[in-house]
Every structure is written in structure tokens, then in C-alpha cells.
Design a protein around this ligand. Structure first.
Ligand SMILES: Cc1cc2nc3c(=O)[nH]c(=O)nc-3n(C[C@H](O)[C@H](O)[C@H](O)COP(=O)(O)OP(=O)(O)OC[C@H]3O[C@@H](n4cnc5c(N)ncnc54)[C@H](O)[C@@H]3O)c2cc1C
Length: 448
């Protein structure tokens, strides 16, 4: 058979992309390396759309939760991942959890039943030079293909480890305590939010970093040589009590205007500062600079809320460090997920820098829809930015800050803000707006 599209990777994203294309009558080759005797270090089976760790797609509440909203929108697009999850669902309160084997078998059965879809068990080692292609090989992309992608994109634009610093919602930072300044008051624009610490606060924080419970690296992560460039903050703390004060928490030159006196009208330097940098164009999300960490999530929330100004911080993302192959998508991909330098190649799933099963499948879904539009000779309309699909796509394809780009879950900080709605009602307002806005967009899709 000759194919309209070659999809590489039969995980969450590749399976969803294949479904969206083949059910619209396009001929698809889906290449999956598992089943040839090869597997990534995390995968345990040869089944399509294997969930490698948790069996949960997280909250299914589409009225108050961003990932629940994404479920809702994917269902409106007839997602195979959502349909198989419904079939495999197990009780888990308001979360959507599944029996992973039933889930994977259901995805595979639905794909196998589509006449124009060939599932081929083969490993692909180089980016195809021609023909519409979707690369959905995930966070553990095979080494040879990763090398080929690195060659096409520039080695600096393809990461092999994430180094995730926590991200805070801007509106939860107390600016009566914090202040804006340039990085180390070097006369640039005042782009950083600074949280000041006195000596006592710093020492307690330092002790918390050392004693806090950490997650450990998996054996195959420890042996990956890319780790040196992204040292966790607690490892830096272990090197000496003042190491952080000479690194990411350096206070030098940063006059705190809240500490101004007659003698020091510009304010005084703190003993240490935590700096936050804007993370998205909307200005709703700010990342804690240099704070990549293996502390357990609950420990992070507890400890980071001891930082002056962050007492009521809410986190769009907590810190982490994992083996993770991903592109600097905001600069490499166009708004249609195509590689700017080779537009016949689209990327989908976690390799684009989204994070999570649902987000990966959602980006696969959009890659499938975009390719369908291209094959049908239609102009693709992006989902409105007010929807979860649109917010995620906008973030990946240009709205995120490329310099600090790290994998991201869907969250309301990616949505155009609704400042005029009371804070307590905002989540419902975001989801209601999205549900209104998704409906007309669905009309623009190539019919199945
Ligand atoms: C260890 C680990 C644990 C995770 N735990 C969770 C979790 O609990 N919850 C969550 O929401 N997210 C989790 N994630 C993140 C992420 O959501 C999942 O990895 C998700 O499966 C990503 O979907 P994907 O389709 O992009 O990639 P995958 O689902 O990994 O699919 C990629 C597919 O491509 C295949 N492939 C790779 N290279 C080649 C090649 N060269 N040729 C052919 N095929 C190839 C792989 O075998 C795989 O089937 C985890 C990630 C990792 C690495």
C-alpha cells in the first residue's frame, strides 16, 4: 500500500493521530518499534498506547479542572484515547483511571479495525526526507532517531533530560513582599520578581532542602550522561551552606525597596533571594529560576511556601528531573506543529514539550486533524486559544518562553486571563468559555 502519512511511534500521541487520520479515510503507516524485540527502558509491553507509569488520566471534572476540560474537548473530537479509557475505566473518584491492559488492547483493536491503517512493527532510525510524517516517539525516543532529529534541529534544541523548575501563578505572589528588578541589578529591564530572605529564613530553607524527602532516579536515568547540566537545587545545597547564595539565590546588588530606610532610601540587600522569571507571553506563569528539584511534590509545596512572598503561592507545575527527549518547540515548530526547516515533518506528543498522557494524546489528536486538513486541501483553523486544546497548542508553538522551555501540563495559566471574574469563580468561567468556544470550531474539521 502507498500511504498518505507515515506516523512514527504508536504511543498515546501516535495512536490518536493515526485514529484521527484513518477514520477520515486517509492511508496511514503507523511504525512502532515495540514488537520487534526492542523496547524503551520504561515500556513493559508491546501494546499500543501503553501507560508507562500511573494508570490515571487525572481529573475528569470538566467544570473546574483544566485536564478534565481537555478530556471533554477530546471527546468532542471523537478521541480514541478517551473512548478506550471509558471502556477500561476503574473506580477512582473524580479521576479517570483505567485498567492499563484493557485500555491498550482497546486502542489497538479500534485502530486495527480501520481499513486504511497499517500497524507495522519496525524501528525508524532517520527522519524521512519526504512524505507527510508525524513523529510521535515520546520522551524515550530511540537513540538513532533522536540523533537524526538532533541533526535536523540543532543539538542544542533537543534535550534528553528535563530540568523542571516549579511554576507559580503570578496572581498568587505577594508583591507587598516581593519586588521587580533585573537579574542581579545589572541595569537591564526589571524582568525578575525577587523574594527576599533574611539569614534565619535562609538557613531554615537550606535545612529543609537537605532534609526534605526526594524521589530517586530510575537506574536507566542514572546512567544517562546528560544529567550534569541540570543539577537539582538540593544537590547544590549539599555542597555547602552558602553555595546557593553564590548561585541561583545570589542577593548581590538587589536593593529591596520594601526595606528602604532614611539611610538606605533604595532599600537593602537580602541575605538571599529567590528569583522568578516570566514563563509565558500572557504573563500569568512565572518559573522559579534554578529551582529544578527531585523533592517530592508535597515537600516542594510545603517548603516553597516558606519563601517570603510565596506563602499563598499556587503552583501550575512542580519541579522535577527526568529522562525526557523533547524539542525546543516554540522556536522549532510552526503553529501547525511542523518543523520550520522541514515542513513535511510534524511532531506530536511529549516530544513537543507537553507533559502527561492526556496532553500527549491531545497534541497527537491535533497533529492528526492538521494533517487531515492538509490532505483534504483545506486551510487548518487552530482551536480557539480559550479552549484547552488551543491554549496547549499556543503554548507549545510559540507562546512559551523558548529560553526556559520545559515540559508543561495543561493548566489555567495557559488560558487568556479573565481578570474581571472573581477569583473563586474563575475556574468555572474558564471552562464555560471553552465549552462555548469549542462548538463552532468543531464545524471546521474535515468530516469523518
Ligand atoms: C518513566 C515515565 C513515567 C511517566 N509517567 C507518567 C504518568 O504517570 N502520568 C502521565 O500522565 N505521564 C507520564 N509520563 C509522561 C508521558 O505522558 C508519557 O511518557 C506518554 O506516554 C507520552 O506519550 P507519547 O505518545 O508522546 O510517547 P509514548 O507513549 O512513549 O509513545 C512513543 C512510542 O514511540 C515508540 N518509539 C520510540 N522510538 C521509536 C523509533 N525510533 N521507531 C519506532 N517507534 C519508536 C515507543 O516504543 C513508544 O511506543 C511518564 C514518562 C516517563 C518516561
Amino acid at each position: 500500500m502507498t500511504y498518505d502519512v507515515h506516523i512514527i511511534g504508536g504511543g498515546l500521541a501516535g495512536s490518536e493521530a493515526a485514529w484521527q487520520l484513518a477514520r477520515r479515510g486517509f492511508r496511514v503507516r503507523l511504525s512502532e518499534m515495540r514488537g520487534t524485540g526492542e523496547r524503551s527502558p520504561a515500556h513493559q509491553t508491546d501494546g499500543l498506547a501503553e501507560m508507562v507509569c500511573s494508570n490515571s488520566f487525572r481529573s475528569d471534572d470538566s467544570d473546574k479542572n483544566a485536564v478534565g476540560l481537555l478530556h471533554h474537548e477530546m471527546r468532542r473530537c471523537d478521541s480514541v484515547i478517551m473512548a478506550a479509557a471509558a471502556k477500561a475505566q476503574v473506580p477512582a473518584g473524580s479521576a479517570l483511571a483505567v485498567d492499563r491492559d484493557v485500555f491498550s488492547a482497546e486502542v489497538e483493536a479500534r485502530l486495527a479495525a480501520l481499513p486504511g491503517l497499517d500497524i507495522v512493527r519496525e524501528r525508524i532510525d532517520t527522519l524521512p526526507e519526504a512524505g507527510l510524517t508525524i513523529v510521535a516517539t515520546g520522551p524515550l525516543t530511540g537513540a538513532a532517531l533522536a540523533g537524526s532529529i538532533g541533526k535536523a534541529t540543532g543539538a542544542d534544541s533537543l534535550a534528553f533530560f528535563d530540568a523542571i523548575a516549579p511554576i507559580v501563578y503570578r496572581e498568587t505572589i505577594d508583591m507587598d513582599v516581593c519586588w521587580m528588578a533585573s537579574r542581579w541589578d545589572k541595569g537591564e529591564t526589571r524582568d525578575y520578581i525577587n523574594c527576599p530572605m533574611n539569614k534565619e529564613q535562609y538557613l531554615a530553607f537550606h535545612a529543609g532542602l537537605i532534609s526534605g524527602e526526594k524521589t530517586s532516579f530510575k537506574e536507566w536515568e542514572e546512567n544517562t550522561p546528560y544529567f550534569d547540566g541540570c543539577m537539582p537545587i538540593e544537590v547544590m545545597a549539599e555542597r555547602g551552606v552558602d553555595t546557593l547564595r553564590f548561585g541561583p539565590m545570589k542577593p548581590v546588588g538587589l536593593d529591596n525597596p520594601h526595606w528602604a530606610t532614611a539611610e538606605h532610601p533604595n532599600g537593602r540587600w537580602a541575605h538571599a533571594v529567590v528569583q522568578l522569571r516570566q514563563d509565558n507571553k500572557l504573563g500569568t506563569l512565572w518559573n522559579m529560576v534554578g529551582f529544578q528539584t527531585k523533592l517530592k511534590h508535597a515537600e516542594q509545596v510545603k517548603l516553597f511556601r516558606t519563601i517570603p512572598g510565596l506563602e499563598n503561592a499556587e503552583f501550575a507545575r512542580l519541579g522535577g528531573l527526568h529522562r525526557n527527549t523533547f524539542l525546543n518547540a516554540p522556536i522549532l515548530l510552526d503553529r501547525n506543529l511542523r518543523l520550520k526547516t522541514a515542513p513535511h515533518v510534524r511532531f506530536a506528543g511529549q516530544i513537543t514539550g507537553c507533559e502527561g498522557y492526556v496532553e500527549s494524546a491531545a497534541v497527537g489528536l491535533m497533529a492528526g486533524l492538521m494533517t487531515s486538513a492538509e490532505l483534504a486541501g483545506r486551510t487548518w483553523q487552530a482551536p480557539p486559544r480559550t479552549t484547552a486544546l488551543g491554549a496547549l497548542l499556543s503554548h507549545i508553538t510559540g507562546d512559551a518562553e523558548a529560553e526556559s522551555y520545559q515540559p508543561m501540563n495543561v493548566n489555567f495559566g495557559l488560558f487568556p486571563p479573565l481578570h474581571d471574574v472573581a477569583k473563586k469563580q474563575r475556574k468555572e468561567a474558564y471552562t464555560a468559555r471553552a465549552k462555548d468556544d469549542i462548538a463552532p470550531w468543531l464545524e471546521s474539521l474535515v468530516p469523518a
